[in-house]
Design a protein around this ligand. Structure first.
Ligand code: F0G
Length: 459
């Protein structure tokens, strides 16, 4: 093991899904039919699907065994208790409330603690988190450190929160208007960048000064823990579960999407220490998700997450996971494709503003690049820029801080040759970047428009 340096996929494949090859002409037609929105494509028309790492991973034989073991009792199922044990082994919060996915946890929590006079700071809110905050009339504010907004600036923990800005915000708005502080680990919208334990401690200190609870949006906690081990002084030999428990010890609660670092296809949870909030959240849970021991999930889903949580903190898995994402990113950087650096945990983010300087933000350079990657090579990515974040609740539109195209890597799903193919396609498109044109939106909903908007190329 020590003699050889090739990092292999630490699994072999037991069941395969065929990928259907398509031509440029076919994809051109599919793009037009989809209104140039890749969310509207039929997945069967996609060759390599890097739209998201959420719920798209391959499950292990242990997880499939758990699916078979799933007990579907309405209340108090053994599957629930196995799930609860797996969660609290890493996250020993007093209350664990299962939900069908992460945004359901957000919806419930912010329904309880949000509202028109509230402001919720985070390093960077993910789109569903921001939308759930704003839906209650509260304001969602991103306070990531300055380096976190600069795609090419190297910093080991670009997901860190600016604690001076947090302190200033709390004083300016008043403690009574800040019900919670959120930190997203890793920082998805900011490039899949990690948050250090030192930063979490510093955020905790600010929270303690004002008596405000700290919650983690912990979707990619294991990837974050791996970066802590690799990059933060004093953790090189600390087992990953211990790092996770240290993250937990600094927080009062969490929201979680089991579709990421619980290695499951569906599921999530909300956890917290507050008895008062937990009671209110459970009451809402029963209204919208289900009884508190299954919360919108089947027993088998709870089993899949329980097994996934034990696998996701294994070193062989995380080494392969982080290394295989970096492999894609480093190859693109070497080819001169500008990417957010350092390469994040679950995805590579191409800097479309730098690659397509001739397309102004309000003509959506990220959308243009994402459409081209699909047209030329059948790769589905997602714009994380002005399409996703440019439209405000009052209907106004401004450029997002960054114009990124995310290539999210499903967990344990694609092999190195799939990634080599992606590298070839992206290089080809990047060499012809000056030929790409902007887009205009012809149809859009008032919120979360990136899911359903329809576009038209600007000729
Ligand atoms: N928080 C973060 C940081 C996320 O990345 C996501 C989902 C959620 C919350 C919501 O979880 O999907 O289970 O409701 N992110 C996916 C993505 C959709 O593609 O990044 P969910």
């Amino acid at each position: 093991m020590d003699r050889f340096t090739t990092i292999i996929e630490p699994f072999r494949i037991k069941s395969v899904e065929p990928i259907r090859l398509t031509t440029v002409e076919e994809r051109d037609a599919h793009l037009r039919d989809a209104g140039y929105n890749l969310f509207n494509l039929h997945a069967a028309d996609v060759l390599i699907d890097l739209l998201t790492d959420s719920g798209t991973g391959a499950m292990s034989s242990e997880q499939w065994a758990g699916i078979q073991r799933g007990d579907e009792s309405y209340a108090g199922s053994p599957s629930w208790f196995r799930f609860l044990d797996a969660v609290t082994e890493l996250w020993p919060f007093r209350h664990v409330i299962p939900t069908h996915q992460g945004r359901a946890a957000e919806k419930i929590l912010f329904s309880v603690i949000g509202g028109p006079d509230k402001v919720i700071p985070s390093n960077t809110h993910f789109d569903t988190t921001r939308a759930n905050v704003e839906f209650t009339g509260a304001e969602a504010i991103d306070l990531v450190i300055a380096e976190g907004r600069e795609p090419s600036t190297i910093h080991p923990f670009k997901g860190n929160m600016d604690t001076d800005a947090l302190d200033a915000l709390i004083r300016e708005r008043g403690v009574e208007h800040v019900p919670v502080v959120f930190v997203t680990v890793t920082n998805n919208s900011g490039g899949g960048q990690p948050v250090s334990l030192a930063n979490l401690r510093a955020v905790r200190e600010v929270c303690d000064r004002y008596g405000i609870p700290l919650f983690l949006d912990a979707c990619r906690f294991a990837e974050n823990a791996w970066f802590i081990r690799e990059r933060e002084d004093g953790y090189a030999d600390t087992p990953i579960p211990d790092i996770v428990r240290e993250m937990a010890s600094l927080a009062d609660g969490m929201t979680m999407s089991g579709k990421k670092d619980a290695l499951a296809n569906i599921g999530g949870w909300l956890a917290m220490n507050s008895d008062t909030w937990a009671e209110q959240c459970r009451n809402l849970l029963i209204l919208t998700e289900g009884f508190p021991t299954y919360g919108g999930l089947s027993g088998r889903d709870l089993e899949a997450m329980a097994a996934g949580l034990r696998e996701v903190v294994q070193e062989d898995y995380l080494r392969y996971r982080i290394r295989s994402t970096a492999y894609l990113g480093e190859a693109l950087l070497e080819a001169g494709v500008p990417c957010v650096q350092p390469i994040g945990g679950h995805a590579v983010y191409i800097d479309a503003r730098a690659l397509l300087p001739h397309i102004p933000p309000l003509e959506y350079p990220g959308q243009s690049l994402a459409a081209a990657l699909y047209r030329e090579g059948g790769i589905r990515s997602v714009e994380i820029g002005t399409v996703m974040f440019g439209l405000h609740p009052d209907g106004s539109e401004t450029p997002a801080p960054m114009e990124l195209v995310r290539l999210a890597i499903p967990r344990r799903t694609y092999t190195q040759s799939h990634v080599d193919y992606c590298i070839e396609v992206i290089r080809w498109v990047a060499e012809r970047a000056s030929e790409l044109r902007g887009y205009r939106i012809v149809e859009q909903p008032p919120a979360l428009r990136h899911f359903t908007a329809r576009f038209e190329p600007i000729r």
